[in-house]
Design a binder for this molecule. Structure first.
Ligand SMILES: *Cc1c(COP(=O)(O)O)cnc(C)c1O
Length: 491
């Protein structure tokens, strides 16, 4: 049976339920499966609905959950709160297939995992007879925060605490978070960027003294960030689903490979695509698209991961990240499960602010193509796609599309490509509206209305009437006082 071990070499093996409760390993590493399961022939999944495919994939990665437990989790998560009948529609526009992952409650792909994580976690707590209250600490670049709040609001036995960069998210994103209802929800802006928030949260996880203090008061910390395997595993399912849909459409024949394009920040979504390949989906290239914060592009091209550079706030804020946590998992697999090597790389990143990987890892990285798009290229892609195909996509998806265009030009590789479409255009309505030629408006909400009037695309329910909702969370804290904020939320 598959279990989970740390990327940094400690020998402490966990079941998937234990790993989901813990979030991050004691040695600061991330949990990875200790063996790769096999999906079997994807063609056998043709005709299944999304829930059935998700159940199949999750049962491979979470084998200690019973069939009944997993069915309960999957069916509670992927229901009518998704505004698309199919849960995840796959739409052809221009020369690519768009995997629309944003039809959940908060209009971003984070809902795919965060709708199910509360069920996976509370089920795990029952299985493990965990009697402590679980406090979920979450750093967000904009979308995870709201999706985690929506998923965990009023879930018994949990508290959810979110930190977002107070000047680094879109107006709509901020409004979504600060209006969140639920007695167990806590939201703080921080004076700093996403990396500061993520580093601060990781520091709290690694503060064993604080952990003991919390334990004495009956609280245990866990994470809703993509460092939690309970986030990662549900994301593998939709890549499997996309391939099954392409088979159904006749766009690929059995065994034919595809390319997968992912707008990337913390490297969670693209890592899920990588796992989909490991279990049996034929993928030729993983196309990793970045915005101006192009650490990953440079890493893929040089083998050097270097954060000694300026940080930019862009119009694809959910990708404004320099430290992509989940890359650690890929490097671990590519190193041949060498925990010592990975621990040394991460130490170098922390102390020297860069690392260079071995030739062996670089060889493995050849499955990845890295590219980036700046804001002008992003807006241009939105405008062209809309004009030529009447298809509207958001800034993050636009980054992915532009990098995919560059990839095709460079390589001539025209096999079917699935582009992870990660948010509704309405979440970043100002950029979308201006890119398709609409005029200036006074704020994000007015842009939503203008974009809707011009495009006719339905506004997601969660974004309607947002401006009239009551602001419930006003706290803003310094980046080195996250611990105090956690305490004030819990006690
Ligand atoms: C989170 C997010 C991303 C980046 O995903 P990672 O898993 O962090 O790489 C891209 N687009 C949107 C809209 C997001 O919310």
């Amino acid at each position: 049976m598959i279990q989970y071990k740390s990327t940094r070499g400690s020998k402490n093996i966990k079941t998937s339920a234990q790993a989901i409760i813990k979030g991050i390993a004691e040695d600061k590493g991330l949990y990875v499966p200790d063996a790769i399961p096999s999906l079997g022939d994807p063609a056998e999944l043709v005709g299944l609905d999304y829930r059935q495919v998700a159940f199949k994939v999750l049962s491979l990665f979470l084998p200690d959950y019973t069939e009944e437990e997993l069915r309960y989790c999957v069916e509670s998560a992927y229901d009518a709160k998704f505004e698309a009948e199919e849960i995840v529609p796959l739409k052809k526009a221009g020369d690519a297939w768009f995997l629309e992952l944003y039809h959940g409650k908060t209009a971003a792909f984070k809902d795919m995992a965060l709708s199910i994580l509360p069920y996976l976690l509370t089920t795990a707590m029952k299985k493990e007879k965990e009697d402590k209250k679980i406090a979920i600490l979450t750093a967000t670049s904009g979308d995870t925060g709201k999706a985690a709040l929506a998923g965990f609001a009023d879930v018994p036995g949990t508290e959810i605490i979110v930190f977002y960069p107070s000047e680094g998210v879109s107006q709509v994103q901020k409004c979504q978070m600060v209006t969140q209802e639920g007695a167990n929800t806590h939201v703080f802006g921080i004076h700093g960027n996403f990396d500061d928030a993520q580093t601060g949260v990781k520091k709290i996880f690694n503060d064993s003294e604080f952990g003991e203090e919390l334990a004495a008061k009956g609280v245990k910390l866990s994470s809703a960030n993509s460092i939690n395997i309970g986030r990662l595993c549900p994301q593998i399912a939709y890549y499997v689903w996309s391939y099954v849909k392409l088979l159904e459409e006749g766009a690929v024949k059995k065994g034919e490979s595809i390319n997968i394009v992912v707008p990337t920040g913390n490297f969670g979504n693209i890592l899920a695509a990588y796992y989909a390949k490991q279990i049996g989906i034929p993928v030729n290239k993983f196309i990793c698209a970045s915005n101006r914060n192009k650490v990953l592009t440079d890493f893929i091209n040089t083998g050097v991961y270097d954060i000694r550079r300026d940080f930019y706030v862009t119009n694809s804020p959910s990708m404004d990240i320099l430290i992509s946590s989940n890359l650690e998992r890929l490097l671990y697999h590519l190193s041949g499960d060498n925990g010592e090597e990975i621990a040394a790389l991460m130490k170098s990143l922390e102390e020297q602010k860069y690392y260079e990987v071995s030739d062996k890892i670089r060889e493995g990285m050849k499955e990845f193509y890295g590219g980036y798009a700046d804001e002008e290229m992003t807006n241009d892609a939105i405008g062209r796609m809309y004009k030529e195909n009447g298809y509207l996509f958001d800034t993050h998806t636009a980054v992915a599309y532009r990098v995919y265009e560059d990839y095709r030009k460079e390589t001539g590789d025209d096999r079917p490509a699935v582009i992870a479409s990660t948010a509704s255009a309405y979440k970043f309505a100002d950029s979308a509206a201006l890119s398709i030629g609409l005029g200036e408006e006074k704020d994000g909400f007015a842009y939503i209305k203008a974009l809707n009037a011009a495009s006719g695309v339905r506004v997601p329910a969660g974004l309607k009437d947002l401006e009239s909702k009551k602001v419930l969370h006003t706290g803003v804290v310094e980046k080195d006082s996250l611990k105090e904020a956690v305490k004030s939320s819990l006690f």
